[in-house]
Design a protein. Sequence first.
Length: 415
Amino acid sequence: MRVKLGASFGWLWSAYAVSTYGTWIAFGAFPLIAVRELHASAFAVSLLEAAGLAVAAIIAFPLGPWVEHRPKRPVMIAMDLARFLAMASVPAAYLLGSLSYGQLLVVSVVSGAASITFTAASGAYLKHLVRGDHLLIASGRFEGTSWVATAAGPPLGGALSGLLGPVVTILADSISYLLSALGVLGIRGGDVATPRDPATRLRRADLLDGWRFILRDRVLRRLFLNSTLVGGLIMATAPLLALLLLGEYHFPAWQYGLAFGLPALGGFVGARLCARLVRRHGRYRVMTVSGWLRSLFPLGLAFLQPGLSGLLTVIVVEGLLITCMGVFNPIHATERLQRTPADRAAQVLTTWSVSSRLTQATLMVIWGLLATLVGPLAAIALSGVLLLATPLLLPRRSDLLAHPPAQPAERVPAA
């Protein structure tokens, strides 16, 4: 029986869906422009991704406490509008013949910071909208939507890039943020904001509260370290794969989109199966098995070759990896929200996103330098080897039993 989560959740879900589709339609557009239009090197492509992540994270970090004490819907709308303006500037500059590598860096920073802030606000608002026992279902729906968009967006974006150029996909992405803002605007009912004593000013030490809270909880700490390291090692190879497939192996844009779009169907399947697997086998066992499996498959990219065999290798490896992620991620998101009080949700989610992106940025730069020394394929192989050790950071059963999630005394219903 399908659980109904309410009209307000439906609007929030729709806003998330449209912007996620836009993002994945524009997947690879910045590296593609950098490689083919601006003739950027391997290090420059990695730096484009890394600088956007790192500077955006630094800018977004102090916004966590600010978001905590603000109504979440106006924050989400403002962040959508900021992303729209930033992304729309790229096709405008391209038409004027003034597009530069520097502008791509600035747009990457602005849209990245806005995305971190939007995610923190929407996560806190989701906790307000949905009962704790329905969070896994809600997280699974977001996860499934994300993977369907990942499956459909890159092939469609690749086809659009092949016909009209990658700048068109960036224009589509910018429009998606306007539609997302309209979706958030359509939500009716209450909002949520943590009251602040007017006599109390934000101190510099308050910025570290998110990390303090995460590190005090043994389960959150292990989940945080595992997810941050796994995401960093996987994302460190993304610019190298773009350079290898689009540059050295000369994959057409549509094949590049297909190689990363088709496997995402596995993520949708995994997200749909997640709640059923948890009911049958228990949350800990499903989280542990899927967490171990997602660390094994990326090593297969070390055998990447040009031509059809290379395309099939990427599809199979990414498909297996993403299916496991589709199962793992909703459990991870649910555990994180259930262990975080409502008055800390935005700050903890901001801290989590900032830390993840800084780690990704750092590893991207390191792997970009490594690729210049040993080649992209060897650098990708090293990432796969290191990923094999990451499941050791997953929470143990004894951690979950000794530190169960705190149950809220009272849930404030959405009007």
